[in-house]
Write a protein that binds this ligand. Structure first.
Ligand code: NAP
Length: 310
């Protein structure tokens, strides 16, 4: 099969499309012919340099954490799928391999893809949807009437988070450049804040929840907008050696596990009409370097997804 791989860390140019050995389903696994594979913000970070506190990569390495496709074969003991089933999944933590024509994965991680979603849409909603649900539903317990500030609402995770927050009846404030404000309002933002012109810390006050997908100084300044007892949920790191200025708020960096249950919850929200796929830029696997150039520039609206099969 063909896959995008790289032999050492470096810029987007290290990514190359090559032929590798086809995967085989081990016990409890399925082999999936991938139709669409999503590009996540983490991918270019994994490509660029070794990550502190994480084991080094075995080269050549294939990136990619979520995908959608069709089951090709079953490993021993798999009874919940049959060859030909359309599925989508987020790969277990510590493993990657979505930028490829096929993958083996634990069957327990995969969910059935409904016909109402294309493979590209399912891939776009997988890790982003799972992450936003863990953050806002499981950790923040966001509910009706609460005020939430979402940083990076136009991104992959943010596009889902804004829709979810609107769906549960929260008052939704979102940061993003002015060029994205129509998109953010269409997703469900009540207020949009152009972070290039406005200081969100002066605009968004009395928040029950901040969901920070940006990190760094955005994390540090977010404490000012929380009311006592408020919750800062973040999925990107704050500044190095940063000490929060308040002890009357809680700060959580959720552990985003991978499981079928959250993907099925994503599907429920789609079926209810509460959440739609984000804006998607579709590229072929052969344009992986371009995908990474765009992703690492930090201003992708919605998602980039590789169309692996037509
Ligand atoms: N398991 C996990 O914990 C987990 C899972 C998924 C993602 N993550 C992490 O979460 C972060 C976000 O992921 P993602 O996939 O949503 O990223 P993404 O799609 O690459 O986010 C891009 C978006 O960020 C916005 N943005 C950039 N700078 C901003 C700023 N200063 N303020 C507000 N918005 C800004 C951009 O909008 P504008 O063009 O308007 O600036 C753009 O739409 C990444 O660091 C990723 O590694 C963690």
């Amino acid at each position: 099969m063909r896959a995008v791989l790289f032999d050492d860390h470096g810029g987007p140019e290290v990514l190359r499309l090559d032929t590798v050995v086809d995967p085989v389903a081990g016990p409890g696994e399925i082999v999936v012919d991938i139709h669409a594979a999503s590009v996540n913000a983490a991918d270019s970070k994994v490509r660029a340099a070794p990550r502190r506190g994480e084991p080094g990569l075995d080269f050549p390495h294939i990136l990619g954490r979520d995908f959608s496709g069709v089951v090709r074969s079953l490993g021993q003991g798999v009874t919940d799928f049959a060859p030909g089933d359309a599925v989508f999944a987020v790969i277990q933590r510590g493993r990657e391999g979505g930028y490829a024509e096929a993958i083996s994965i634990a069957a327990a991680l995969a969910a059935r893809k409904p016909d109402s979603l294309s493979h590209v849409e399912a891939a776009a909603l997988s890790l982003t949807g799972l992450t936003a649900l863990v953050a806002l539903e499981d950790e923040a317990r966001l509910g009706a009437g609460q005020r939430v500030l979402i940083h990076g609402g136009a991104g992959g995770v943010g596009s889902f988070a804004v829709q979810y927050a609107r769906h549960v009846g929260a008052y939704v404030m979102v940061t993003g450049r002015a060029v994205n404000h129509d998109y953010l309002r269409a997703l469900g933002a009540d207020e949009t804040i152009d972070y290039t012109k406005q200081n969100f810390a002066l605009v968004a006050k009395g928040c029950d929840v901040v969901f920070d997908t940006i990190g760094g100084e955005v994390h540090a300044r977010s404490f000012a907008v929380l009311k006592p007892g408020g919750r800062l949920i973040h999925i990107a790191p704050g500044p190095k050696d940063f000490t929060p200025s308040r002890d009357d708020v809680t700060v959580t960096r959720p552990h985003v596990g991978r499981d079928r249950a959250h993907l099925e919850r994503v599907l429920e929200l789609v079926a209810e009409g509460a959440v739609k796929p984000p804006e998607i830029k579709i590229l072929p696997l052969s344009e992986a370097a371009q995908a990474h150039e765009l992703s690492q520039a930090g201003h992708v609206r919605g998602k980039i997804v590789f169309q692996v099969r037509p």
